[in-house]
Design a protein around this ligand. Structure first.
Ligand SMILES: Cc1ncc(COP(=O)(O)O)c(C=O)c1O
Length: 450
């Protein structure tokens, strides 16, 4: 490894970081992480903190999961790569598809299409949704509906259904035929409605209105995250997603659950769809599927959708889509062991218990710090603290405020993430009660620095 001075001097000189301006990385040197164990990361100066971001909502089992590391190493020796395009397969991907089928059976999802990450999974689901309707003779169903504030990755299709201007404006024009519905975000919404039940109903009415306006026969699918993540952790009222499912069924629209964050226990349930008792037509997975140790993803497909593809004899069901790394054997080996460890450790139960503690801790901080406008969470380990400059008017904080909180929290013992006015927390699901208190203490210190 190059020495410390070399790394610090060249930190952002020859690389551009995702999700920030190159000039910003040059001006504000990113923290260089060089090691990790358990739920902790260590930087180049030897400062060690709890990773309250959990990598990027993906290191659910922490940084020291030896069985996954061993499986990856063994697979590199046995078969480091082989494609699963037409005519070939590999042993690990077959095994994995069977295990995923068992895991997702309660969601009604019985087939897997493998990808290299979340954006790939979203793109795959959008494409297969259009193809499904073409196979069935409804070629006019090409449009997509989604939620404002939703995040669905950065491919052109995903960005088009994305509900946040930050990820869209610079890349327009996007895919035509994508339309957005207000999110059930009680803190801010166009209806000025703070009651979650009434707001869910209003958003559902907006959805039905849009379906009527566009014409159901032109709409392929509705895509949503069971709990909105990157848009600021927005858990909908329990009536919302079942209401969406009902409208989709009524109008022949496919329901795509973007579970890139919520699958595998993060919400306290094994999947976000299961949390709300919904059976989607497609479920997009990635992130924690390999505990982040290998870039990998899967789209899980419902039985009734699979049947349409599998019984077609017209040739329309030939899938003209796939990635070089679809079904990568090293990723599949990692996912097999991750799934087994995820279930053995029952991390969903720990996510629910620790999530409740963290939520309570953040609500207490709201009593102390007037910079907190809203605390969101309450379903496993997904939390947001929305900062404001004035609680009464809910005005946005000064641009520098979230960064100040982050820096002081880091010095006090926790890596937290800031996104716009939000502090976002998504720690590993193996967190202990003591880790929770460390995170709360660090966030408290961060806010006290304002
Ligand atoms: C809900 C959701 N969908 C899709 C994506 C995109 O995944 P990736 O960054 O692996 O392409 C993300 C990433 O954060 C996500 O949170």
């Amino acid at each position: 490894m190059k020495d410390e001075n070399f790394l610090k001097a060249n930190n952002a000189r020859s690389l551009w970081h995702p999700m920030t301006a190159p000039a910003d990385s040059l001006k504000n040197a990113p923290t260089i992480v060089t090691g990790a164990h358990g739920v902790r990361i260590r930087d180049i100066d030897g400062h060690e903190v709890v990773d309250a971001v959990g990598g990027l909502w993906n290191v659910n089992l922490g940084y020291s999961c030896q069985p996954i590391k061993d499986a990856i190493a063994a697979q590199l020796d046995a078969l480091p790569y082989y494609s699963i395009f037409r005519g070939t397969s590999n042993d690990k991907v077959i095994e994995l598809a069977e295990d995923l089928r068992t895991f997702f059976a309660p969601d009604g999802l019985t087939r897997a299409f493998f990808t290299s990450g979340g954006s790939d999974s979203v793109e795959t689901a959008l494409r297969l949704a259009r193809q499904y309707h073409k196979i069935r003779g409804e070629a006019g169903r090409t449009k997509f509906l989604s939620l404002k504030k939703g995040y669905h990755g950065t491919h052109m299709g995903g960005a088009s259904v994305n509900g946040n201007a930050n990820f869209r404006s610079a890349y327009e024009p996007l895919l035509p035929g994508c339309f957005h519905i207000p999110a059930p975000y009680t803190y801010r919404n166009p209806f000025n409605e703070t009651d979650p039940v009434r707001l869910a109903q209003l958003c559902l009415q907006a959805l039905e209105d849009e379906i009527g306006f566009q014409g159901a026969a032109t709409i392929a699918a509705f895509i949503m995250e069971p709990v909105l993540g990157a848009g600021g952790v927005i858990p909908p009222h329990p009536s919302f997603m079942p209401g969406v499912e009902k409208l989709c069924r009524k109008h022949g629209i496919l329901l795509i659950a973007d579970e890139v964050i919520t699958a595998f226990g993060r919400t306290g349930a094994w999947t976000g769809s299961r949390l709300w008792g919904v059976k989607p037509d497609f479920s997009c997975c990635a992130k924690a599927i390999t505990n982040a140790y290998f870039p990998f993803g899967a789209v899980m497909i419902a039985e009734q959708v699979a049947e349409v593809f599998e019984t077609d004899d017209t040739g329309k069901a030939a899938i003209g889509h796939g990635y070089t790394y679809s079904g990568h054997p090293v990723g599949a080996a990692a996912a097999l062991v991750t799934l087994a460890e995820t279930q053995r450790l029952k991390v969903n139960e720990n996510a629910a218990a620790r999530g409740a503690e963290l939520h309570a801790g953040l609500l207490k901080l709201k009593e102390k710090h007037s910079a907190i406008g809203d605390v969101r969470g309450g379903h496993g380990l997904m939390h947001a603290v929305e900062l404001v400059s004035d609680r009464a008017t809910k005005s946005a904080p000064d641009k520098a405020t979230p960064g100040k909180v982050q820096k002081a929290a880091y010095e006090a013992g926790a890596m937290i993430r800031v996104s716009g006015p939000n502090i976002i927390l998504s720690p590993p699901l193996i967190l202990t009660p003591a880790d929770v208190q460390e995170i709360v203490k660090a966030v408290d210190a961060g806010l006290s620095a304002l």
